[in-house]
Write a protein that binds this ligand. Sequence first.
Ligand code: UD1
Ligand code: UDP
Length: 374
Amino acid sequence: MKPVKISCVVGTRPEAIKMAPVILALRSCGWARVRVIATAQHRRLLDQVLGYFGLVPDVDMDLMQPDQSLALLTARLMTALDECFAADPPDLVLAQGDTTTVMVAALAAFYRRIRFGHVEAGLRTGDRAFPFPEEANRVIADYLSEYMFAPTARARDSLRREGLDAGRIYITGNTVIDALFRVRARRVPLPFALAAGRRLILVTAHRRENFGAPLEEIGAALRDLADRFADVEVVYPVHPNPNVTRPARRLLSGHPRIRLIEPLDYPQFVATMEAACLILTDSGGVQEEAPALGKPVLVLRDETERPEAVEAGVVRLVGPHRGAIVTEAARLLTDPAAYAAVARGVSPYGDGRASERITAVLAQAYGAEVPAVA
Ligand code: UD1
Ligand code: UDP
């Protein structure tokens, strides 16, 4: 058969982490000709991940600008992706998640009448303002999708409630677990020294709706915790968005047990999650990975599109609120029974075989030999 031309579009760190297993799985089968289109909505963070997985973009649009606005990024993405799809039209465009890159890739493919497949379809909070603008991005991407790869049954149900065609929805698990298991097997050392007896709290925070007052609250809570617990060390790999780096430095520099560090490459970050006793985050991916590693997570948001781990009791929503963050973290740090109840390894988001399932669905759709997958 003629090879199926599949363009995999990646723009940011989490997209690269979650698409890498899919790209590698598709490349290992004979029927697909896979191209990696890097929009480079993120530059440094994207390169860190692509480098680790040995992926070299076939097209690199190098679009990131410092402190980019949503509208201008969207305009540049639309122009560049449209030119790319026009120059060498693929049979299928694949992208993961809810970033500006993904929303525009879906729309640019639609305008060129090219099929679009959405990896991590169906995540919803039901509130267009939270997370902003991601909730709208994923609704648009799903609406325009020929193939919706839902990580969980709940995500499938959300798509069905919106009237999307059941025949185009496939429950696959989340590919982040494929990436996590692959990386964890490498067991790299911690990228910094941790004094004996110290307990590690790992923090990440970067969401747009947390800019401003919420980040101030989060910063104050981290100081409170570091002041109150002399055996605790807070490690915070700071996202390079200037709306994050500026307040993080202002609020947290100078504390002897708070370390602001550069973003870690993926294996180092996984090693740090494994060494942590507690993770505070507003990240989507980290909410999925930490439960699989048995690490309790306090989510620095009031809502989540990933309720499965909350319902399993291993992730708690505390919002970007100083009082709630400190109270809940202190409870876990002082009450071994409460800690044991949340530090349980569960993996509601996948079993590490999502990319195989996605490949099998596409093999079937394009008339190639379908590999057996559980
Ligand atoms: C984006 C996504 C968000 C995702 C996050 C993952 C959108 C609207 N937001 O948010 O959904 O959770 O990525 O991290 O798509 N920067 C650098 N180097 C980098 C990356 C970013 O300097 O490698 C700085 C630049 O100044 C850039 C800014 O961060 O302009 C913002 O990047 P952008 O992708 O627009 O937003 P994020 O907050 O990273
Ligand atoms: N991550 C990483 N290095 C870091 C922080 C996070 O490799 O310093 C990984 C993390 O394991 C997860 C992904 O990046 O897989 C999450 O990315 P991010 O928080 O930027 O985006 P989100 O998941 O919120 O969209």
